[in-house]
Design a protein around this ligand. Structure first.
Ligand SMILES: Cc1cc2nc3c(=O)[nH]c(=O)nc-3n(C[C@H](O)[C@H](O)[C@H](O)COP(=O)(O)OP(=O)(O)OC[C@H]3O[C@@H](n4cnc5c(N)ncnc54)[C@H](O)[C@@H]3O)c2cc1C
Length: 343
């Protein structure tokens, strides 16, 4: 069995890569362990603004332009939910900060200059709301589930853990079990920490927990942000997230996480609610907050893409396009994203 590319990992990074490879007629097979996927539990918000400090994320305009036009393709319609974010302003000082920020060149595309009066009687927002436009959320689980089904039908998806010992890297054409491939790309999220070729990358797992609640009468139609994001899922179900923890005992959701999330939600509304779901996952983060793409220093056909951090939705299509260009030899990896920064 022969393919151009073998991809290990089918989170957002691996998924976007399969989409770009398909577009360019390059053959591939994906191997995915189907566990510990950050992408399957992501809230999926795309938002180019750091709403704690009112500043643009690094490379915001390029990411928005590339990635949002990617998701607006009709084939992703079921998973694409464009909607504005309302940032609850906590004080007069934050109102001033918002007005100043909305006038900045890099933010004026996204932040509405006028502070909005809160018209929802069930939401506490005495200092009003800042409106962020061109934002929304992607139902990443639906996206991945649909794509995986198609790949399985085309015999391009193998649901198992990758056996590193079974990869023979000694020849130009790589061999893995019954497969012969020209290139291997590891898109393993935090799983990369066990990878013998790339375990030295500075990937730091950051645990995130979230809840889904039913809160009848809350009536939100936009994403609300204060201490947490509250994403309307329909029928007054809301996803509340997320926590950030660099220290943790295991991958399970915790009582502490739940208590913190509920406390944030209770600051927003006095309505009663019921918790329907509580879950957790690990973001693959990097100390300089930039993803990592690159080629192994010794083996010139083994690549990795990782470090999507808390902005995997925005980064995945952009990185996939750059990586496919690099695999073909027609594009170089931006130095700011290259794994050579860790050598
Ligand atoms: C609670 C939470 C909320 C989040 N919310 C958002 C958000 O709102 N917006 C946003 O943009 N981002 C968000 N993120 C971040 C986002 O989820 C990540 O940036 C992104 O999913 C990382 O994608 P990835 O493909 O690199 O890794 P993953 O999604 O973790 O995928 C890696 C895949 O590789 C597989 N794998 C690993 N090792 C092996 C192996 N040896 N063999 C076979 N398979 C292997 C795993 O099973 C997994 O399926 C959130 C994350 C969390 C945890």
């Amino acid at each position: 069995m022969q393919r151009d590319v073998l991809i290990v990992g089918f989170g957002l990074a691996g998924w976007a890569l399969t989409e770009v490879l398909k577009e360019q007629g390059i053959s591939f097979v994906v191997i995915d362990a189907q566990k510990n996927s950050s992408s399957r539990v992501a809230t999926g918000i795309y938002n180019p603004v750091v709403l704690k400090r009112f500043r643009a994320v690094w490379y915001a305009n390029a990411l928005m332009e590339h990635s949002i036009s990617f998701y607006t393709q009709p084939k992703y319609k079921a998973a694409f939910h464009p909607m504005p974010i309302h940032r609850i302003l906590a004080s007069v000082s934050e109102q001033n900060d918002w007005t100043v920020a909305s006038d900045k060149v890099d933010l004026s595309n996204y932040l509405h200059p006028k502070i909005l009066y809160n018209t929802n009687p069930n939401v506490f927002a005495p200092y009003g709301l800042g409106l962020v436009h061109r934002t929304g959320w992607i139902d990443t689980n639906t996206l991945l589930t649909q794509s995986q089904k198609e790949l399985e039908q085309q015999h391009c998806f193998v649901g198992e853990g990758f056996d590193y010992d079974a990869l023979d890297v000694s020849a130009n054409v790589l061999r893995y079990k019954d497969w012969k491939v020209n290139q291997v790309v590891f898109a393993e999220g935090v799983g990369v920490l066990k990878n013998p070729w790339f375990s030295n990358l500075s990937i730091i797992p950051n645990k995130g927990e979230w809840l889904i609640v039913l809160c009848k009468g809350l009536g939100l139609h936009t994403i609300l942000k204060s201490g947490v994001f509250v994403v309307p899922l329909g029928d007054d179900k809301y996803r509340i997230g997320a926590t950030y923890a660099r220290e943790f005992e295991n991958s399970l959701p915790t009582e502490d996480g739940k208590t913190w999330l509920l406390a944030q939600f209770e600051k927003l509304t006095a309505l009663p609610f019921e918790v329907l779901e509580h879950s957790a996952g690990f973001r693959p983060t990097v100390p300089d907050r930039r993803p990592i793409i690159g080629l192994h220093s010794e083996h010139k056909n083994i690549w990795c893409v990782n470090g999507l951090g808390s902005r995997g939705v925005l980064w995945a299509p952009y990185l996939a396009t750059m990586l496919v260009g690099a695999l073909k030899g027609s594009q170089t990896v931006m130095p700011e994203l290259s794994l050579t920064r860790f050598w």
